[in-house]
Write a protein that binds this ligand. Structure first.
Ligand code: ME8
Length: 670
């Protein structure tokens, strides 16, 4: 076996001075779709995302909330991570710039650049935009304001600190960009960056003497200063790769294959970052892709300007997949795209409920009716309609793959939809109900088999976009394992898996939204709610720590949650289970993988309890689990259910719920 080619993909790390918004979500979903695709295409992919915590904004926000900066960051970083878990983002590491290994990496990179003579002491005076966390040259101010944050006055800063000799990298950068056409994508971003570099590069200040919240400059240079937040943040990509400070071991994953970031921060990524790496003697990443913005009514989603849509509210109403699907559809490759609740509801009904959901439903219903639910074997009775469908399958598998390789999920998605549309048309054209009526069993068998094959192939290709629904379709078709287990390298071959599998039928995959009566489709619903929340929170509490989320509001808040009905409670299927095996999930501090016995079945669950229990202590315990929880992947490991445990608000103490006398495995807890 050849070793798999590696693929290291990173997103921007988000500032934690406000909650995650739809713009952040779009970026993480886009990167996730690419990471999942790469795994499907046979790469050994590593996906890094996380939070950027050493900003002045964050320190001020924490103060406004009455929390220590670290406490505030812990809560807010948790919210980002929780949001990405809910959106099914398959990151391999969630990095925080306050992580100890990152602090050591930052200091080491500063040291390396200093040893090579690119760091010097000087005096800085100029305007600083706290929202961007960047120095703004006078010529770039518009009416005295930052071009990106017109509602906030830039601050005047004058201090003695350390500079990075960026100006020395003008020629090397231009040469590198010219010699590596894929270094900056899309091409329009490359041209913008090249033109700006040609205007000349100024040295940049990379430390702050007036702040204490940040990574201290290396002791041998001057540890009374902290590293400038952007210099610190960019280095996360090296930390995440597994860089060993003090060596030339840049880590298993370095160089990054793709930095997937927003167009507003291309300057930092395409100029400051590669120059820093050159100064430190570290190889450069392969590609930086500057994606466009999600807008809402034409305006950029932005915390500081107060235009935000909460992705979690959308997920709570519709689930993660419809949002993932819609954002990938509506924000085209490298460009901006406008989000609307109406647009989302329409795409949900037309594409997911009608095209895809009905295709699966009709097909499984016919297989149930005509073949007792078992997918028939090939009969050799083929015709032109079959050839046509096969041709679409082949060309879609090829072209959608190429589009994904070109980092264009939007076009890949519309290609895949060509197959869904063709399969629906194939039903109409082959009219299975007529074949059944006329007793043409062999032809009917061919049609059913072909339909299942088209759906299964579509499902594999859709799995990076709508992973949860793809798994559901896979299970409904009666296929083993996961759609991601199949290799999609341009060809997609699955025919041997299909004959004899038994389909099941459940309710509709995507229940239709009633456009008239649904709260969701009353466009402004979420925004109105959000506005109410903002009012409650008052000005400084952008993060809203005082107004909600009892679980993250510190130790004082002991209120119980709102009342629920007995029917709500009855939705939970709580069961007693015995722990059969337990082991730490590799590469994590908190997670344990448990194999549990529910009497009628054994399954795997993942629990964040490693700091409180040794795996061997867990074996044999009779625990209580939520047995009907949607399966989820936690740090890449599948979890089918959740164990119950009690913990203090700050999670410094935790105890698993067990039964105090023997009960049969699988006994219901009520
Ligand atoms: O810039 N649409 O953090 P951030 C699409 N910490 N993407 C958007 C967006 C929108 N409406 N709004 C923001 C920072 N983004 C730094 C990054 S990386 C070493 C440090 C994107 O929280 C934005 O372009 O302001 C960026 O890529 C990411 O969200 C985080 O933005």
């Amino acid at each position: 076996m050849f070793p798999l080619a590696k693929y290291y993909i990173t997103t921007a790390i988000d500032y934690v001075n406000g909650n995650p918004h739809l713009g952040h979500a779009y970026e993480k979903i886009g990167a996730d779709v690419i990471a999942r695709f790469k795994r499907l295409a046979g790469y050994d992919a590593f996906f890094l995302t996380g939070t950027d915590e050493h900003s002045l904004n964050v320190a001020r926000q924490a103060e406004a909330e009455g929390l220590s900066t670290q406490e505030f960051c812990d809560i807010m970083s948790g919210r980002f991570r929780n949001a990405w878990d809910k959106l099914n983002i398959s990151y391999d590491r969630f990095i925080r710039t306050t992580d100890q290994d990152h602090v050591a990496t930052v200091q080491d990179i500063v040291r390396r650049a200093n040893e090579r003579g690119y760091i010097y002491r000087g005096t800085y005076s100029g305007y600083y935009c706290v929202s961007c966390e960047r120095f703004i040259e006078k010529g770039d101010l518009i009416d005295g304001k930052c071009p990106f944050h017109p509602s906030r006055e830039p601050e005047w800063v004058e201090e003695t600190n350390y500079f990075f000799a960026l100006s020395e990298f003008q020629e090397p950068l231009l040469r590198h960009i010219q010699e590596h056409p894929d270094f900056i994508l899309p091409a329009a971003r490359r041209n913008e960056v090249v033109n700006r570099i040609k205007e000349g590069l100024q040295d940049v200040s990379v430390s702050r003497s007036t702040l204490t919240w940040g990574v201290p400059f290396p002791e041998e240079i001057d540890d009374s200063q902290v590293v400038y937040v952007w210099f610190d943040a960019l280095i996360n990509y090296l930390t995440g790769a597994g860089y060993t400070p003090g060596t030339d071991e840049f880590g298993k994953w370095w160089p990054a294959d793709l930095h997937y970031i927003g167009k507003d921060i291309t300057w930092f990524h395409c100029v400051i970052w590669p120059a820093t790496l050159m100064a430190a003697g570290v190889p450069l990443p392969e590609t930086i892709f500057g994606h466009g913005f999600v807008t809402f009514k034409g305006a950029k989603m932005s915390k500081s300007e107060g235009i935000v849509v909460d992705p979690l509210k959308v997920v709570d109403s519709l689930g993660a997949d419809p949002l993932r699907y819609y954002l990938m559809k509506v924000v085209p490759h490298g460009q901006d795209g406008d989000f609307s609740f109406e647009g989302l509801a329409e795409a949900y009904n037309a594409d997911l409920a009608n095209d895809l959901g009905n295709l699966v439903n009709r097909t499984t219903a016919m297989i149930k009716k005509y073949f007792k639910g078992q997918v028939p074997s090939p009969t050799g009775v083929y015709g032109p309609l079959d050839e046509e469908l096969k041709a679409v399958e082949e060309s879609v598998a090829q072209r959608a793959h190429e589009m994904m390789e070109e980092l264009d999920p939007t076009s890949a998605l519309s290609e895949i939809w060509r197959l869904i549309t063709a399969a629906n048309k194939y039903i109409e054209d082959s009219a299975p109900w007529v074949l059944a009526r006329e007793g043409k069993r062999e032809r009917l068998a061919t049609v059913m088999l072909n339909l299942v094959e088209a759906i299964a192939k579509g499902t594999i290709m859709l799995s990076p976009f709508i992973p949860y629904s793809s798994q559901r379709i896979w299970d409904i078709l009666g296929l083993q394992g996961k759609p991601e287990d199949i290799r999609w390298d341009g060809n997609l071959e699955i025919s041997s898996l299909l004959p004899g599998i038994c389909v099941t039928q459940t309710g509709p995959l995507f229940p239709r939204l009633d456009m008239e009566s649904s709260d969701f489709t009353k466009g402004e619903f979420h925004l109105a709610e959000l506005a109410k929340e903002k009012k409650k929170e008052g000005k400084p509490g952008q993060a809203g720590l005082s107004a909600k989320s009892p679980q993250d509001s510190g130790k004082g808040d002991k209120k119980v949650a709102d009342l629920i009905s007995i029917d709500d409670f009855a939705k939970l299927d709580l069961r007693v289970a015995e722990v059969i095996t337990a082991e730490r999930v590799e590469g994590t501090d908190k997670l344990v993988r448990l194999e549990i016995d529910l009497g009628c079945e054994k399954r795997q669950i993942v629990a964040g309890i490693a700091q409180f229990y040794k795996p061997e202590e867990l074996v044999g315990k009779h625990i209580v689990v939520v047995a009907n929880l949607e399966p989820a992947r936690i740090r890449g490991v599948e979890s089918k259910g959740m164990l119950l445990a009690g913990s203090t608000e700050d999670r410094s103490e935790l105890a698993i719920i067990t039964v105090d006398r023997p009960l049969p495995k699988g006994a219901k807890v009520r």
